[in-house]
Design a protein around this ligand. Structure first.
Ligand code: GUN
Length: 286
């Protein structure tokens, strides 16, 4: 059996450290506050937003929920963001994606104050990541780097293959692994020989959103396998993009679903909220 990478345990450790920091800030009269915007009632988004709210509550972060109807206009949404940008009591702003088709997500993300962009989706923060400067980093890839660090998995000189090229996971993940001095390849739906590429990986990161797609045949012996997928299998059970049982015969370490990458995403969101608050409150809190 490969080593199980326990994202739940690592995320609890990060959250308990953050909680202590937040208590210190509160004692000095400073609160940490996250504004969350959900448009419409997509069931998956409702679950994600609910989990974020719960995490805020357990850490002592104030969460301001804005649940807006599907029919809201782009102008109305931009106006809310403008107000939250100006509001000095709000440290972080998160707009849950996807947004309805009549709203231009790119414009909405661009409207968020770059210093309150705790999702790390603003083009300026993406630019900072790309050029190696300090900014907000997308939570899932940041959480994966924390997991690798916690388990002493060295990235230097390793072949890292990432399946999936989304703005939220695949692309920022590639930039972080590059920063960690890995040799990075991204595969996607147009890749000619997927297996040939994924089998090169010392570290394989799956983020394509297809239940149990990657079987042992895609994996090199001894590889570290990180599964970002959050899907339902044929029995409606939660599963990743990786066929856990099949890959277990090959991998040296693997993240389970649930209990792997998922909890880390929320922990890193909380981390980004505290970081945003510290930046806003200045030197005394750095
Ligand atoms: N939709 C799916 N994942 C995410 C995320 O990390 N942040 C936001 N805002 N929306 C999402």
């Amino acid at each position: 059996m490969p080593e199980l990478i326990d994202g739940k345990a690592v995320s609890e450790k990060i959250k308990s450290e953050l909680k202590a920091e937040i208590e210190l800030m509160n004692a000095k009269g400073k609160k940490v506050c996250l504004a969350v915007i959900q448009v419409g009632e997509d069931p998956a988004s409702t679950v994600y937003v609910g989990n974020k709210e719960k995490a805020c509550k357990s850490l002592g972060i104030v969460s301001l929920m804005h649940k807006l109807p599907e029919t809201i206009t782009q102008e109305e949404l931009l106006s809310l963001i403008e107000n939250l940008n100006k509001d000095l009591t709000v440290n972080g702003i998160l707009v849950q994606l996807p947004l309805p088709a009549h709203i231009d997500s790119g414009e909405i993300i661009k409207a968020i104050d770059v210093n309150k962009d705790v999702d790390g989706f603003h083009p300026e923060n993406v630019g900072y990541l790309c050029t190696g400067k300090e900014g907000f980093v997308s939570c899932t890839p940041a959480g994966i780097m924390e997991l690798l660090k916690h388990y002493n998995i060295d990235t230097v000189g390793k072949e890292c293959v990432i399946a999936g090229r989304s703005n939220i996971v695949g692309k920022p993940m590639a930039l972080l692994m590059l920063k960690g001095n890995s040799t990075v390849t991204i595969t996607h739906s147009k890749t000619k020989d997927m297996k040939e590429v994924t089998k090169r990986a010392d570290i394989f990161i799956a983020a394509i959103g297809k239940p149990k797609f990657f079987t042992g045949e895609y994996i090199k012996d001894g590889a570290v396998v990180i599964d970002v997928g959050m899907n339902r299998d044929e029995n409606n059970k939660l599963c990743g993009d990786v066929d856990f049982n099949s890959v277990s015969g090959k991998a040296s370490a693997i993240t389970p679903v649930p209990g792997g990458v998922g909890p880390m995403t929320i922990a890193m969101l909380m981390y980004n909220c505290v970081k945003a608050a510290k930046r806003q409150y200045g030197a005394a809190f750095e």
